[in-house]
Design a protein around this ligand. Structure first.
Ligand SMILES: Nc1ncnc2c1ncn2[C@@H]1O[C@H](COP(=O)(O)OP(=O)(O)O)[C@@H](O)[C@H]1O
Ligand SMILES: [Mg+2]
Length: 250
């Protein structure tokens, strides 16, 4: 396993546990996802893996090493990278400068940064076209692409993606998911969280269901236990229902 989260407990405020003994495993070369309702603790889990929050109990093993309690910049050097749920581009900087910022933590030399930028941009042709534009002028979907591209500048082993389609139109959501699908083909390991269950299920090789800070179950997408499958089926149905509603409302 590339990442093993073992029985972690996480709280923001003393004695209010948000994650209550969460365990998940992420297999190298695959896409794993964590799905669950709003407020279930998905972002909290990713933030804890990334070292932004420290678990009160439990351990996190990445690439064979214990990482709980390590700082995010240390983790970036070890091969972890993270695209947070909230917007994180630098709007006053150009697309190119944003990408350069992505490699900053590694103090890479200039020619190496340029080489990596060319590699990354091959996956994001729409960003290449806007390379010298201010990032603040990008559409929501393009900004999201830039955040993902920037995270890839460090050549990570594991990409943590929190709600990549959040706030995007269905068209842009499809584009972002096409890009993540291309990314998957390059062999990078991804841990994904998204409200868009349909897309998430389509892309993922492994799925975990989380509710109220606990993992209800999970495993290989095509070999899920019946009770977990049933939970997902109901959520998917509700999601489709929502889709129809919003169509008829517009
Ligand atoms: N900074 C914070 N301080 C206190 N509580 C928080 C904070 N961030 C999130 N929470 C609470 O933690 C729970 C899980 O939040 P979160 O991990 O963001 O859920 P999800 O990403 O699954 O929607 C929610 O009840 C939320 O209100
Ligand atoms: Mg969240």
């Amino acid at each position: 396993m590339l990442l093993d989260v073992r029985d972690i407990y996480v709280e923001y405020q003393r004695d209010i546990e948000i994650l209550k003994g969460v365990s998940i495993s992420v297999r190298e070369g695959y896409v794993s996802s964590v799905i669950g309702p709003n407020g279930a603790g998905k972002s909290t889990l990713l933030k804890t893996v990334m070292g932004i929050l420290k678990p009160k109990r439990g351990s996190i093993i990445f690439d064979g090493k214990k990482i709980e309690g390590k700082q995010p910049n240390e983790l970036v050097k070890m091969g972890l990278t993270y695209v947070p749920q909230r917007r994180s581009i630098f709007p006053q900087l150009t697309v190119k400068e944003n990408l350069e910022m992505g490699a900053w933590t590694l103090r890479k030399n200039e020619s190496e940064v340029r080489r990596r930028m060319r590699e990354v941009l091959e996956l994001f042709p729409s960003l290449s076209e806007k390379i010298n534009e201010k990032a603040g002028l990008l559409s929501g979907g393009q900004a999201r692409m830039l955040e993902i591209a920037r995270a890839l500048m460090t050549s990570p082993k594991l990409l943590l993606l929190d709600e990549p389609s959040f706030g995007l139109s269905p068209l842009m959501t499809n584009k972002v998911y096409e890009t993540i699908t291309d990314l998957k083909k390059t062999g990078i390991t991804i841990l994904l969280v998204d409200q868009n269950l349909g897309k998430c299920m389509e892309l993922s090789d492994y799925v975990y269901v989380i509710e109220l800070g606990s993992v209800r179950g999970g495993g290989k997408r095509d070999e899920m236990p019946a009770d977990v499958k049933e939970i997902i089926r109901r959520w998917l149905e509700a999601e489709e229902g929502k889709g129809v509603e919003s169509l008829s409302a517009s």
